[in-house]
Design a protein around this ligand. Structure first.
Ligand code: FAD
Length: 453
């Protein structure tokens, strides 16, 4: 449908300054942090300040059949919030208040735009934390974490975002506002629509408020180990053994030798031990953290670790957070996100290295190893041919992961960039069910069309 000046005025009359048509103002909101470019010129952007704003914007877009790209922190890596030609950008970054911290019920009520790290900073003042902790915590919003069901660095022991959400307020494509879930710990009172929206990447509704679980910060300092391996597959085998044992670490991450070297060059103060092939970093918390970490380190030695270091505190997280930015600054930019059953981790890493060698294209390995979630990071030069070659390599990695019983995205989501890979994963009947749900909630197909589903 062609949008006229009077159609735009209709939205302006409802939202005033919150509807922006000046391209220079909304240009930074046309992209996420993936390599995907905007699909043309949007008609404008709504910088929502309330649920009512979101409702009005969606009712308008639904009436005029305008495709809507939904965005909060903009740190996504799947092209999910990139703008559409003739589309409306709906950004919730200004809805960033913590509405309530409720220690008795162990929950906080938040608007979606609160940045994950800032939320945790505020919670820490009250002695609490929110466990979902993507490496992008300083830029990603909690709303975006919910919309992507973000994983991150503490998932081995604390689970992913879906384990930390009790209730949501969601605006549907036609502007209606619904509430799903509850503040209660238990709830089987209706169909579990809350979980349907978590990880739906802006395709089923727009999250405008959330009740999330919070927990007490452990009173003992965490303990960390760094184990160097001359074979990255051996780091994978050590991970499998650690995960199969009774004690679980909070975090178990893998960075290959190139990643470690680049992180050290970028931030020499960190002084991380340089491995021959891969570095396994793990952390335990609680009263027995030191003993637990020693047990994990012994397992690493059994699987061939050449050196192991221990320390108290949280330095691991800084090392791991610096890894992707350091690799991407060095031209290793195109990031994959497959997840395999944990017992297949070492084999999957081996297969990725074989694909890299076959295609003669450098691939660096970063992994939330303890979750079986691997980020192969592919070297990519300038130009379309280069990005195509990198993406084809990742397609082969996805096929390999699916062949092992894995999935094409563990945490970053499908968005636009992985959309073609979904067909590999789902049977036609399963896909039909998903599309029927989409049709029921968004019959005009205005919310993040052509992505995720
Ligand atoms: C350096 C770096 C490291 C990263 N590390 C991790 C990691 O360890 N783990 C991990 O899981 N991810 C990671 N990511 C990816 C990204 O940060 C996460 O996907 C994050 O959850 C996105 O949050 P956001 O607020 O930036 O969302 P956005 O980029 O704004 O949006 C992401 C998706 O969610 C949808 N969406 C956003 N807000 C809403 C809303 N309010 N309602 C409905 N849909 C919405 C969008 O349409 C889009 O499809 C990393 C990214 C970078 C750049």
């Amino acid at each position: 449908m062609t949008i006229t000046a009077s159609d735009l005025q209709e939205l302006k009359d409802q939202l005033g300054e919150r509807f922006i048509t000046d391209q220079r103002t909304f240009a930074p909101y046309m992209r996420d942090m993936s390599w995907m470019l905007p699909e043309g010129e949007p008609v404008g952007a709504v910088f929502a300040e309330s649920t009512e704003d979101v409702s009005k914007a969606l009712a308008w877009a639904n009436k005029h059949v305008v495709p809507v790209s939904v965005r909060t922190g903009g740190s996504g890596l799947a092209g999910g919030s990139v703008s559409y030609d003739g589309g409306l950008i709906l950004s919730l970054h200004k809805m960033n208040r913590i509405l309530e911290i409720d220690p008795e019920n162990g929950v906080a009520v938040i608007e979606p735009g609160i940045i994950n790290a800032e939320f945790n900073k505020e919670l820490a003042k009250e002695g609490f934390f929110f466990a979902p902790d993507p490496a992008s915590a300083s830029i990603a919003s909690v709303g975006g974490n919910i919309a992507t069901n973000a994983g991150g660095l503490r998932a081995v022991c604390h689970g992913v975002t879906i384990n930390w959400v009790r209730a949501l307020e969601v605006v549907l494509a036609d502007g209606r506002v619904i509430e799903v879930g509850s503040k209660t710990i238990k709830n089987v009172s209706s169909l579990n629509l809350k979980e349907l929206f978590i990880g739906s990447e802006g395709t089923l509704g727009v999250i405008t408020q959330a009740v999330v679980r919070i927990e007490h910060i452990p009173k003992y300092e965490p303990y960390t180990f760094f184990a160097c391996f001359d074979s990255i597959e051996d780091a994978g085998y050590a991970t499998i053994a650690i995960r199969a044992a009774e004690n679980k670490p909070v975090s178990l991450e893998l960075i290959d030798a190139l990643g470690v070297r680049l992180v050290n060059e970028r931030n020499p103060d960190l002084q991380i031990p340089q491995p021959g092939a891969g570095l396994l970093l793990g952390q335990a918390e609680g009263q027995s953290a030191k003993e637990d970490v020693e047990e994990f380190a012994n397992t690493c030695r059994e699987y061939g670790a050449t050196a192991v270091m221990f320390e108290e505190g949280n330095r691991l997280f800084q090392v791991r957070r610096d890894a992707y930015p350091a690799l991407s600054a060095a031209g290793m930019e195109v990031i994959g996100d497959v997840s395999v059953p944990i017992a297949s981790l070492a084999e999957a890493i081996h297969n990725i290295m074989a694909i890299s060698e076959k295609r003669q294209r450098r691939v660096s390995i970063l992994a939330h190893a303890g979750d079986g979630n691997i980020h192969p990071i592919v070297e990519c030069g300038e130009g379309i041919e280069e990005s195509r070659a990198a993406e084809e390599l990742l397609d082969e990695v996805c096929e390999m992961a699916v062949g092992m019983g894995g999935v094409v995205s563990g945490e970053h989501g499908i968005g636009y960039l992985k959309h073609h890979a979904v067909t590999q994963l789902l049977s036609p009947d399963t896909r039909d069910v998903q599309l029927a749900i989409k049709k029921a909630l968004d019959p005009n197909g205005i919310l993040t069309p052509g992505r995720k589903l």
